[in-house]
Every structure is written in C-alpha cells, then in structure tokens.
Ligand binder design. Structure first.
Ligand code: IMP
Length: 203
C-alpha cells in the first residue's frame, strides 16, 4: 500500500481523499507543522509550492517514511466574478465565521441577470520521496462545470458545495449524496488522473 503525506489540514479534503483513493494510506499533516505558504497567482503554482514545502519539512522533521507527498490547491471559479474567488477561495470573506454566510455573500456579489456559470477546479501536486518512486514533482488536474444556486442548499460536503449545482443535476453538491459528488467532482477527476500517473511511476 502506498503511504502518502497529505499536505493539508482541511477536514473536507481529507474525508474526500480517503474515499477517492482507498488504496492509499494517508499520513496527516501534523498540527505542530507550519502553515504551508500559497502565494501564487495560479492553482498550479500553489499546489507545487505546498507540495515542495511539505516535502522539505517532512524530510527534516517527519516521524515515519512515506512514499510521497500530496498537495491539493482548489477552488470555485465564477464567470461573472472574472473567475473569482478562484485561488483565493479559502480566503474569501475572512470576516465571516462560516460558509453559510460566505456563500450568501458570494451569491449577493453576482450582478443582476449575470450568468451563473461556474466551475470547481482542483490541481493535485505529487512529490515522490522514496526509492520505490522516482522523479520530480508533477501535477494533474480536474474540473467540474456547473451553475450557482439562488441560495445555500444542503449540508453535505464542505465549503462552496451548498451553492454549486453540477451540470446534469438539479441539486447542489450540498444536497447530493457524497457518492454522487465523488463520481464527478473536480477532485475525483484529478484523483483518477493521479492514479494513472502513479501506476506509471511506481516501480
Ligand atoms: P486551498 O486549496 O486550501 O487554497 O482552499 C480551497 C478552498 O476552495 C476550500 O477551502 C473551499 O473553500 C474551496 N473548495 C475547494 N474544493 C471544494 C469542494 O470540493 N467543495 C467546496 N468547496 C471547495
């Protein structure tokens, strides 16, 4: 079984990775480890920045050997907001205490009559650390297209899930069963691409 350090403390992401990659044993980013900087302008820059930061820290301070490090940079891109909040999704409306309020603020920012089209984007960066694997960090990506609901709907998932209706459905990711999200989400698609790449690099 592949042992992988997950460079994130986001509980929602963690739950999803465990379901999406059951063949991987995840080691969690320790609570005493530093916050990983994400100062790039693009998802890809941030994913690579996080994976490289986490790998360097783990090589010095890690408590057990791992085969690699995985970082996820993801977010919601809304066409009527010029792609925002995008890479700033985790930092949108920091004055608000919860995602119900953040989601309502985001919906209120849409100009009247504007397109409600949006997409979730996920870039995964994987950095090998052990002899079983070789090579440089690499990235894979996944997206899911959809539209924004008129209000926050459903308690499932995390973050912006309750306002995102994936194409082909009438419910938000907050209302749909987790299994449905896992069959078509941006993270599911990126994980499928990662599985293919890992199969090629594991020797
Ligand atoms: P980061 O990748 O840690 O910078 O943050 C990603 C942010 O994007 C999360 O904190 C959520 O707000 C949002 N996000 C990413 N993926 C999802 C998802 O699957 N559902 C809902 N929100 C998401």
């Amino acid at each position: 079984m592949l042992k992988v350090l997950l460079a994130s403390r986001n509980a929602g992401k963690l739950r999803e990775f465990s379901a999406l990659l059951p063949e991987v044993q995840f080691v969690l980013w320790p609570t005493h480890a530093p916050e990983l900087p994400e100062t790039g302008a693009f998802f890809q820059d941030n994913a690579l920045q996080k994976v490289e930061g986490a790998r360097a820290w783990w090589l010095e301070h890690g408590t057990e050997p791992v085969d690699g490090v995985l970082a996820d940079d993801s977010g919601l891109c809304v066409d009527a907001l010029w792609g925002g909040p995008g890479v700033l999704s985790a930092r949108f409306a920091p004055d608000l205490a919860n995602y119900t309020d953040r989601n309502r603020r985001l919906l209120a920012m849409l100009p009247e009559g504007a397109s409600r089209s949006a997409r979730f984007v996920c870039i995964l960066a994987f950095a090998p650390t052990a002899g079983r694997m070789q090579g440089q960090p690499f990235t894979v990506s996944g997206t899911v297209e959809g539209t924004l609901a008129l209000d926050h709907r459903g308690d499932g998932g995390f973050g912006y899930d309750p306002i995102f209706i994936p194409d082909g459905y009438a419910q938000t990711f907050g209302e749909l069963p987790a299994g449905t999200k896992h069959s078509l989400s941006h993270r599911a698609r990126a994980c499928a691409a990662l599985r293919e790449r890992l199969a090629a690099v594991i020797r």
